[in-house]
Design a protein around this ligand. Structure first.
Ligand code: BEZ
Ligand code: FE
Length: 284
């Protein structure tokens, strides 16, 4: 360690909490090593400060450019990788993303997270169970779901959509069953009008995420699960711009003909698409 680095590290030595001291010390060491390694110039440092300033300035209540930066740099998935390998059987987690909104309406088993379908559009029925790592059902698990509309935008991002459109909270039933009506998700581009967009353009990277549906599942006595379901054969599965795809999360959907039983159970009066998926949570 160089003399300056040592001196800076020492200047933080009064932080009592060992973990907090370690986090700061290692950050200083890594930053100093980086600056030395690349022999950072004054202009490059000024450019870095400017980039971070613009990133901060792009943030507001509905926009988190720092999360986006962490996502495209692969840091979000690295943090995920370190923290979410709780149990082999567990459904893998993936990136949270910046578009979650809390306090969405609680909806009944099998109900829809949209209010109207477009002409000729088929609903997507997602059914399955929430279980623990021993495959015991989990009753009353809270399932938060959110996804983009056809135009690739989330409510909150798109002023045309009601804030609770394609969002909702469901609770699993006694045997862990859940059922949700949605629509097929589409691939979409992450926001490109900020410094992260400038960075991706500069690096000639694309902005696409493969079609997916977000889930945040919480159950007493279990670790929270933040994940997606991705749709098979999407062209961006192998080049997700935020590196979030994990094979066990890729699902295929079935086209199903109209069925009176399904109409009676879920009020679906047409053909529909169907995904069946079991989410496995790990015990605390
Ligand atoms: C998302 O899937 O909502 C998302 C994740 C990372 C960056 C941007 C969007
Ligand atoms: Fe998303």
């Amino acid at each position: 360690m160089g003399q300056l680095t040592q001196e800076v590290v020492r200047s933080f030595s009064k932080i009592e909490n060992t973990r907090q001291r370690l986090l700061l010390t290692r950050l200083i060491e890594s930053l100093h090593n980086y600056v030395k390694d690349v022999e950072l110039t004054q202009d490059e440092w000024a450019l870095t400060i400017d980039f971070l300033t613009q990133t901060g300035q792009k943030c507001h209540a509905q926009r988190q450019e720092f999360i986006l930066l962490s996502d495209v740099l692969g840091v979000s998935m690295l943090v995920d990788e370190i923290n979410h390998h709780k149990h082999e059987q567990q459904t893998p987690s993936t990136v949270f993303g910046p578009f979650y909104l809390p306090d969405m309406p609680v909806r009944d088993y099998g109900s829809a997270i949209f209010s109207l379908l477009d002409e000729g559009q088929l609903p997507l029925l997602i059914t399955g169970r929430i279980v623990d790592q021993d495959f015991n059902p989990i009753e009353n698990a809270k399932i938060d779901i959110w996804q983009t509309a056809h135009n690739g935008m989330y409510s909150g991002q798109d002023p045309e959509q009601a804030i609770d459109h394609l969002r909702g909270v469901f609770y699993s039933k006694e045997q862990g069953e859940y059922a949700i009506q949605s629509i097929l998700p589409v691939s979409y581009q992450i926001p490109s009008d900020g410094p992260v967009g400038t960075l991706l353009n500069f690096a000639e990277r694309h902005f696409w995420r493969p079609a997916h549906i977000h889930f945040k599942i919480q159950a007493a006595g279990h670790h929270d699960l933040v994940t997606h379901l991705f749709i098979e054969n999407d062209p961006y599965l192998s080049s997700d711009t935020v590196f979030g795809v994990k094979a066990p999360l890729i699902v295929n959907y079935q086209h199903c003909e109209y069925s009176p039983e399904i109409e009676e159970k879920f009020n679906i009066s047409s053909a529909y698409y169907h995904i069946e998926y079991q989410f496995v949570l790990s015990k605390e």
